[in-house]
Design a protein. Structure first.
Length: 577
């Protein structure tokens, strides 16, 4: 499915905003290079809901909607207040008495909502909510987070009225009293030191096997996105008997590059005798088209465009071939070693402007102060490794990975069985040394497919390759020199970005961030290589091109959301005393 939307009116006879906007939302929230399916609609007792561009992966029962992966859901999965299912999901559960919004413990799928004395608006899309509200109220709290981390940060949305359901949160509306309450369960990583390594290994292996077994889907209508790393190959080993096929994409020459994701994925698929396709992505469309589609689909939640520079041709192809969804290997088995609190935050992408710039520079940027929520702070008795992995689960998954999932969801559903609650519970019981570097998980995968090489090169173009394109640089200069950018960002920030962009235009050679790594570097996992490079150097300011692009994401998203609000039908909710 593309998006889910739910509008709950407080008063009898009150016009429902969704009825007037549904068809327009169905069109604009799907990729502009596909023809969306008609929405699936539900109406009952002051409630109107819709699945936009739905397919067979959609789960709609009564007025309730499930987004994501449910593992053998109970018959009452759709009832507000019922026990939460196992899986990786977001739930909109509604009946005549209550409405409940629920996120899994890592917030792998995102729900946004706006609540007033007259109505509750809920969606998987911020653009849908701004359209339904009929106005856009920019949230400046999002700006420093976009610049410092390339995300919206731990809680912010683009509109100050829109809130995000947090990991492990359950938001419940009593429709009679029109009172909303919220509870949050934030599971901690509590190592079981009484169990042996062999016991932990078997528990983890069994949890992953059972998660894949308990997930019911039509393998003919789903495809596994296969890389050259650990996680997707494990899923392929577990799902191959169900007839799943695989796809990989990357630069046109990456399939023949030694050690690339594309080459290794092809070898893995061949070893397991499953169908495999490689999609060559290149800048076939104009950069402004690629950027517009990226922002329209992903709503500016993450500033990571490099895998979509083909203008979403890969996703258009899969949609038009009739696939319902893609299976991904997003996971939280443990992160790379860290030696400082900053390292722990950096691995989770939880970085602030103060990490890179002086207090005077931050003040000159004229942006709101960034505050890390207390729930993400390190506990007094928490080890650095435990905090690192908790930040990964409580920030990186719901902020970065969920944002990347939204990009795909403009075309297909996305399944992430490795983020199932039953799997995460096993991970949270592992001692630090078995999580660090995904140590124990790697043992599980090596036993599934021994003697198979791992990728040492990323197949997709790097972000800096895209940003160093002269057409992209000129686009960014034009954007940051505009009046709309001047209304959002301070002169110092815009001047710094534009100066760096103009210097890049004058540079004799374009950047090449896909250089072949040395033999020594090839022996180090690619993500660890980037971490080592980062830690060896003193902390510097954010890469100038990346900073400029993040600023462009913010200005373009504010323009897009203002246009969404202006295009909304005029619907005035009735107010009954």
């Amino acid at each position: 499915m593309v998006r889910a939307v739910l509008v709950v009116s407080r008063h009898a006879g009150q016009p429902n905003r969704l009825d007037a906007s549904r068809d327009a939302l169905n069109r604009k929230l799907a990729g502009d290079n596909i023809g969306p399916r008609p929405p699936a609609v539900v109406r009952r007792n002051g409630l109107s809901g819709a699945l936009l561009n739905p397919n067979a992966a959609a789960r709609l029962q009564g007025a309730s909607i499930a987004i994501g992966t449910l593992l053998e859901p109970r018959d009452d999965w759709h009832i507000p207040g019922a026990a939460l299912p196992d899986g990786s999901y977001a739930l909109l559960r509604a009946d005549d008495a209550r409405v409940e919004l629920a996120a899994d413990s890592v917030g792998s799928r995102t729900l946004w909502y706006a609540f007033s004395e007259h109505e509750l608006l809920v969606s998987t899309s911020q653009r849908a909510l701004v359209t339904l509200l009929g106005s856009f109220e920019p949230n400046r709290e999002a700006l420093p987070w976009m610049l410092s981390s390339g995300t919206l940060g731990p809680t912010a949305s683009w509109d100050r009225r829109v809130r995000r359901v947090q990991p492990g949160e359950r938001v419940l509306l009593d429709r009679a009293s029109w009172r909303m309450t919220s509870t949050v369960e934030s599971p901690r990583i509590t190592a079981d030191h009484t169990a042996s390594r062999a016991t932990h290994l078997e528990r983890l292996r069994a949890a992953v096997v059972n998660a894949c077994r308990r997930w019911s889907f039509d393998a003919r209508k789903w495809v596994l996105t296969l890389s050259g790393g650990w996680d997707s190959r494990s899923l392929l080993c577990l799902l191959r008997e169900r007839g799943i096929g695989t796809v990989t994409w990357g630069s046109p020459d990456s399939a023949e590059q030694d050690g690339s994701d594309a080459q290794i994925a092809r070898q893995v698929a061949a070893a397991l005798e499953v169908p495999h396709r490689f999609f060559a992505i290149a800048s076939r469309c104009a950069p402004d088209v690629a950027l517009d589609r990226f922002l329209a689909a992903g709503e500016g939640r993450v500033a990571r465009i490099s895998g979509y520079i083909d203008g979403f041709d890969v996703w258009k192809t899969l949609f038009e071939e009739g696939y319902d969804g893609v299976i991904r290997g997003d996971e939280a088995f443990g992160s790379i070693p860290v030696t400082s609190p900053f390292g722990a935050r950096w691995t989770a992408s939880l970085t602030t402007l103060a990490d890179y710039y002086s207090a005077a520079e931050c003040e000159a940027f004229e942006l709101p102060e960034q505050n890390v929520p207390e729930r993400l702070e390190r506990d007094r008795d928490e080890t650095l490794a435990t905090w690192r992995d908790r930040l990964y689960q409580q920030f990186r998954v719901p902020t970065v990975l969920a944002g990347l999932t939204d990009l795909k969801a403009a075309y297909l559903e996305v399944g992430n069985p490795l983020l199932a609650q039953s799997v995460l519970e096993c991970v949270r019981a592992l001692p630090d040394e078995l999580r660090t570097g995904k140590c124990l998980w790697k043992e599980v995968v090596e036993a599934q497919l021994p003697n198979m090489a791992l990728a040492t090169r990323v197949a997709i173009p790097s972000l800096n390759q895209f940003l160093a394109d002269r057409r992209v640089i000129e686009l960014m200069i034009d954007e940051l020199s505009s009046e709309r950018a001047a209304a959002i960002f301070a002169p110092l920030l815009r001047a710094r970005c534009c100066a760096a962009l103009r210097a890049e235009l004058r540079a004799p050679q374009p950047r090449n961030d896909n250089r072949r790594p040395t033999v020594l570097a090839q022996a180090v996992p690619k993500r660890l290589r980037s971490a080592v490079r980062y830690w060896r150097a003193p902390r510097r300011g954010i890469d100038a091109l990346a900073l400029a692009f993040r600023a462009v994401v913010a200005t373009r998203m504010q323009t897009l959301l203002a246009a969404d609000a202006a295009a909304a039908p005029s619907v005035q909710p009735a107010v009954n005393a």
